[in-house]
Design a protein around this ligand. Structure first.
Ligand code: MN
Length: 204
């Protein structure tokens, strides 16, 4: 079967009201249906433009187009990771377990220390961006990335284990300008099982 040549918006693995009180139904609905969808649409529109230019043999602004494409594909991929590394309270939250727990303690000294560094990375991203926990296979170290927009400061080839979206569109309805409050709330909905699975998958 031929693979899809365009991106599609993934379904959330929970209902829009299930992340409350940490993320409201209205906030999550807009974020998924409007913002994430817009990155999918924009990436696809650029791919269509590229297909057309190649078919017709016309030129396009390569530098600007590739920059824009990276931005929108980055947005789509990071949101897709984000939706699945959070989960309704009860299922999400608490502390990491298994291989992940060991790796974080070895690198950071303790879970509390990791949580502090990751929170500071998230609250201090300049402008719009993400904090991401990634993993380097060459050194076997978990490394925190502070991604600006969707595609700047990304370490090539590092698998991403966990992300938090700290664009204002991710929290403004619920927390106004108080990004730190949203970052605090995030720890109550982290899907540690999924984050641990992502690590175990690459260590196999
Ligand atoms: Mn977002």
């Amino acid at each position: 079967m031929e693979k899809a040549k365009f991106y599609t918006l993934p379904q959330l693995p929970y209902r829009y009201d299930e992340l409350q009180p940490y993320v409201s139904q209205e906030q999550l609905t807009l974020h998924h249906q409007k913002h994430h969808q817009a990155y999918v649409n924009s990436a696809n529109a650029i791919l269509e433009r590229l297909d057309k230019a190649r078919k017709e043999g016309t030129d396009f602004d390569v530098k600007a187009t590739l920059k824009e494409l990276s931005f929108h594909i980055g947005g789509h991929l990071l949101h897709s990771l984000f939706w699945t590394n959070i989960a309704p309270p009860g299922k999400g939250g608490g502390k990491p377990t298994g291989t992940l727990s060991t790796a974080l303690e070895k690198e950071f000294g303790s879970f509390e220390r990791f949580k502090k560094e990751f929170s500071l990375a998230a609250t201090s991203v300049e402008g719009s961006g993400w904090a991401a926990l990634s993993f380097c296979r060459q050194t076997n170290r978990p490394i925190i990335m502070q991604i600006e927009k969707h595609n700047t400061n990304v370490y090539p080839m590092f698998t991403i284990l966990m992300v938090i979206d700290v664009w204002e569109h991710a929290y403004y309805l619920d927390y106004k300008n108080e990004r730190a409050k949203f970052v605090d709330a995030f720890w109550n909905i982290v899907n540690w099982d999924e984050v641990n699975k992502r690590l175990e998958r690459i260590l196999k």
